[in-house]
Design a protein around this ligand. Structure first.
Ligand code: DQA
Length: 141
């Protein structure tokens, strides 16, 4: 199974960015963690990050030809982007939402997710392990 992992804005700053919320692990460490979990599960995973909504939408649109599933941490776009919601709906590829933190226990503006209604599952609040949960869920079939 080929899985595309998309990380949204500011996740490239992991390790520096609000470590009390997101932990001390860097983005490079997140990438290698995901790679290790994928290898253990026998998944073929590609990990990408962008700070740009349109780039993320282009990747989602293109993924239907090259990937069997999508894992997305849309970061702040989770709470604002009807366009990412629409793109996921348009491609009809298995999609799992992830978050490092637990947005629903944070500020009220993080309580609404535009990704949740178009994702088959959401895994959040477990740091890097949220990604492992998402990959394990996909590997189960
Ligand atoms: C996040 C939660 C979002 O509310 C926030 O804007 C992020 C990261 C998370 O992984 O916990 O950038 O998606």
């Amino acid at each position: 199974m080929r899985v595309l992992v998309i990380n949204g804005p500011n996740l490239n700053l992991l390790g520096i960015r609000e470590p009390a919320i997101y932990g001390h692990g860097t983005y490079a460490e997140l990438r290698s963690f995901i790679g290790q979990v994928a290898t253990d599960l026998g998944l073929d995973v590609e990990v990408r990050q962008s700070n740009h909504e349109g780039v993320i939408i282009d990747w989602i649109q293109a993924c239907r030809d090259t990937f069997d599933a999508l894992v997305i941490n849309a970061a702040a776009y989770t709470h604002t982007s009807v366009a990412i919601h629409d793109a996921i709906k348009a491609v009809d590829v298995r999609t799992v939402e992830v978050h490092l933190s637990e947005p629903k226990s944070r500020e009220e503006f993080r309580h609404r997710s535009f990704i949740e209604p178009v994702a088959e599952r959401t895994f959040s609040g477990r740091g890097f392990e949220s990604y492992a949960d998402a990959l394990r869920h996909l590997a189960k079939g």
